[in-house]
Design a binder for this molecule. Structure first.
Ligand code: SAH
Length: 347
């Protein structure tokens, strides 16, 4: 695309842009509101903006499409999974979930991923490209249009590694929490990472009040390397240091995600090691029985192993929950729907 994404332009930058075009400042508010409050998808829909200005803006900018091409709704819990197509034909997934504390949306930050985690379907075909901030927002706006409901929580647990697309993710967070747009509280945003240490430190320095979730999945480097290639680059020691730094800088409690794989990382010894690793850190662990994908033969831990893992951690006074599985009947695992459709349709 030669043109830039208008949905990615932050409010103050929109003002500068409009003034640079020789127009009055209030036009910026009008345009921003069309995009981020009314969620229109074409400059031509801005009917209170003079055609001349619309043309000037359109010379350089376009609103990148995030078009719903497929939707699946879980008969079990009402979770909706969306497949969106981007302007260049790339496909991404997003999920809408209803919880007691409000509605949550899980977005993708990249089309595909290059991190290579062994159990994850999103990474199998590698990274196609980074998403713009506007394409991240577009997923949420599309879901609001479809459900007609308010969104209070956003997590970056769709495809992609958010800290591998750092600048756009930060812009996305600023725009998502902007009063001129959805005005979502930073505290209700969770950025999940496989552990890119320098980027965790950089994020800490932004002084945001978002929640940082670290995908741990193992409690020693050897095991972690078998599941997550990124563990060859950064050791658990380095990750823990970065987590301490994040907590000191932001005061935010960390979340650790731990997907339980039968006989691989779910033994009593693993639980022991995990509790020593996290000792003294203000954190919360989310245990997720691994969602089996057909390309790999990882098996979900059985209920007994999951509960005993949880008990062991609780005995060490670690805050732990078992993630409720949502949308298991609709290709719930990260990247499954996208892969299935790409292969069926030969995209
Ligand atoms: N790149 C980010 C976001 C990935 S998706 C990260 O690594 O955190 C969000 C979470 O789902 C991560 O913890 C990821 O490791 C986990 N995940 C991916 N595929 C999974 C599967 N099949 N079963 C269980 N968890 C999975």
């Amino acid at each position: 695309m030669n043109k830039k994404d208008l949905r990615s332009v932050e409010y103050d930058k929109m003002e500068s842009l409009i003034m640079l075009l020789g127009e009055k400042k209030f036009r910026a508010e009008q345009i921003y509101s069309w995009i981020h409050k009314k969620h229109i998808f074409s400059v031509s829909q801005m009917n209170n903006v003079p055609v001349l200005l619309r043309d000037k803006v359109s010379d350089e900018y376009d609103i990148y499409t995030v078009k719903e091409v497929k939707k699946q709704e879980s008969a079990i819990d009402g979770t909706r999974k969306y497949l969106f197509e981007l302007y260049d034909g790339n496909l991404i997934e997003s999920v809408f979930m209803r919880y007691e504390h409000g509605n949550s949306v899980c977005i993708s930050t990249q089309a595909g991923c290059r991190m290579g985690c062994r159990f994850c379907a999103s990474t199998i075909d590698g990274l196609a490209r980074n998403l713009t901030a506007g394409e991240m927002l577009g997923q949420i706006y599309g879901i609001i249009a479809d459900t007609g409901e308010r969104i209070s929580n956003v997590v970056t647990m769709g495809s992609g590694e958010p800290l591998d697309n750092y600048e756009s993710v930060i812009t996305f967070i600023r725009m998502l929490t902007d009063g001129h747009g959805l005005n979502i509280s930073q505290r209700n945003i969770t950025v999940s990472t496989c552990g890119l240490v320098p980027m965790i430190k950089k994020l800490a320095d932004e002084k945001l009040t978002i929640t940082l979730a670290i995908s741990l999945h193992a409690s020693n480097d050897e095991k972690r390397r078998e599941l997550m290639p990124i563990a060859y680059k950064y050791s658990l020691k380095e990750i823990m240091e970065a987590c301490h730094y994040y907590f000191v800088k932001t005061g935010r409690r960390l979340t650790f995600e731990y997907s339980l794989v039968r006989n691989i990382n779910d033994t009593p010894k693993d639980a022991e090691e995990l509790s020593s690793l996290l000792k003294g850190l203000n954190c919360h662990i989310n245990l997720i029985p691994v969602n089996p994908i057909k390309e790999r033969d990882y098996v979900q831990s059985d209920k007994k192993a999951v509960l005993s893992f949880k008990n062991k951690l609780e005995k060490k006074h670690i805050n732990v929950t078992i993630r409720r599985e949502m949308g298991r009947d609709i290709d719930g695992a990260c990247g499954q729907l996208r892969r299935r459709i790409i292969h069926e349709k030969n995209y």
